[in-house]
Design a protein around this ligand. Structure first.
Ligand code: URA
Length: 433
């Protein structure tokens, strides 16, 4: 087989066979096909797409390109949850302990933040001592014993994705739905869970800028599940404003702890409950929405979910006293209020702008090598639908940087305030199965 023939086939909008996709992925991982040829194929896929069958095969070939973690000797169905990323998305830190407290086994590998989006691993690492590295055996032991583990992506899993993602990043081919879907799903399918819930976000702060693209991505990933016989469901949720009030690593962990104490923002709490209902049903712990919902609410009321978070933190060598006394988290040296210069209702909070501003305050990475300031970020004091008076607090910036005049203006401008009242509908969510 010649790789140039495969490139030409996709260039001419023809379907690639399993043998061709296998040839591509297995030889690329071995270093036997140069990046310049794979770049060309990626661009052909970006422009001409792939059909369902090709996407299923590509995902499967990527999945088997490295180690596959088998969790089948842990009793019960293992669940996993993945968000395509957003601003202020600390759902895993709340949802994981909630479903584990209700008897599910959540086995999750997470990623780091880049650019305006945060990453669960960075948030967890803001808890002093927290270790995101686990061997296969330790990961299994933890899931078996406490029903909850969130760790970093093991480098032996899906080496094809690692190489392809790095190449897509520099060849203008990140934003292709077949490539995004196979990248996400191959990693998830190789890490051992029986059931996967995907939260596909859309809006200014998300990968998918509009709901139609989000639907196509969600459906593509659910279809991959069907092709490969896995229980995959997807919800589509909006990222037109950050989720919750906190953006930035230790600020978000503090908000997650408050949410597990029953003191969290409404949008975050409701999303964790509705996602939890789906996960508990996928895990076959409940077959009824109402019972699952009651169990999840009770996991907060009784403190069982908060205890699960503490168990996980302890198991992964983090300092549990930070969960018990969240005031212990390091506080930024500069705390800067942003006041409104308008009166009216908040219609929109540009999540992209808030995410970028948090990154510039030190809370995120512009490049993979940047070091994050765990205490930096933004607390929103108003959300969509709230009324704001002229001179009232809109947001509060946390940073250890001094020269931040421009960021102050950007955060204020991220709020779109209008005279007319605005109705919000937190139940606005699309579900794909
Ligand atoms: N997340 C992934 O893991 N892969 C993509 O291609 C995009 C988002």
């Amino acid at each position: 087989m010649r790789f140039e023939d495969i490139i030409e086939k996709k260039r001419d909008k023809k379907e690639l066979t399993r043998d061709e996709i296998h040839y591509w992925i297995s030889n690329y991982v071995k270093g036997e096909i140069p990046d310049y040829q794979v770049s060309s194929l990626l661009m052909a896929i970006y422009l001409n797409g792939m059909n369902k069958k090709e996407i299923g095969i590509l995902t499967d070939e990527m999945r088997i390109s490295g180690q596959i973690w088998d969790l089948s000797d842990i009793p019960g169905l293992k669940v996993d949850k993945h968000s395509t990323g957003g601003v202020g998305d600390k759902v895993s830190l709340v949802l994981g302990p909630m479903v584990a407290a209700c008897g599910a086994k959540l086995a999750k590998m997470s990623g780091r933040g880049l650019g305006h989006t945060g990453g669960t691993l960075d948030k967890l690492e803001s808890i002093p001592g927290f270790d995101i590295h686990k061997t296969y055996d330790d990961f299994k032991k933890q899931v078996k014993e406490i029903g909850l583990a969130i760790i970093g992506q093991d480098e032996n899993i899906d080496p094809a994705d690692k190489k392809l993602y790095a190449l897509r990043d520099v060849t203008g081919t990140v934003g292709s739905i077949p490539l995004i879907a196979s990248s996400i799903m191959s990693k998830k399918l190789a890490s051992g869970a029986d059931c996967i819930l995907l939260d596909v976000k859309y809006g200014s702060g998300a990968f998918m800028k509009n709901i139609d693209d989000a639907k196509v991505l969600a459906q593509t990933m659910v279809d991959i599940g069907k092709e490969l016989h896995k229980d995959v469901k997807a919800e589509i949720t909006d990222m037109d404003q950050p989720l919750g009030m906190a953006v930035g690593n230790n600020l978000e962990v503090k908000e997650a702890i408050a949410t597990l104490k029953g003191d969290g923002p409404k949008d975050l709490t409701e999303l964790c409950i509705s996602s939890g209902v789906i996960l508990l049903k996928q895990a076959k712990i409940y077959d009824n929405d109402e019972e699952a919902k009651t169990a999840l609410i009770n996991s907060i009321k009784t403190g069982a979910a908060l205890n699960k978070l503490k168990e996980m933190v302890k198991y992964q060598k983090g300092d549990v006293s930070y969960i018990e006394h969240s005031e212990k988290f390091e506080m930024a040296s500069e705390i800067i209020p942003i006041y409104s210069t308008k009166e009216g209702y908040v219609h929109r909070i540009d999540a992209l702008e808030i995410g970028k501003s948090s990154m510039k305050l030190g809370g995120g990475r512009e490049t993979l090598d940047d070091i994050i300031d765990m205490s930096a970020g933004i607390i929103l004091n108003k959300k969509i639908g709230d009324f704001v008076k002229n001179g009232e607090l809109l947001a509060t910036l946390y940073t250890n940087k001094k020269d931040i005049e421009e960021i102050k203006g950007d955060v204020k401008n991220a709020f779109n305030i209008q005279k007319e009242e605005v109705k919000i509908d937190l139940s606005k969510k699309i579900f794909i199965e």
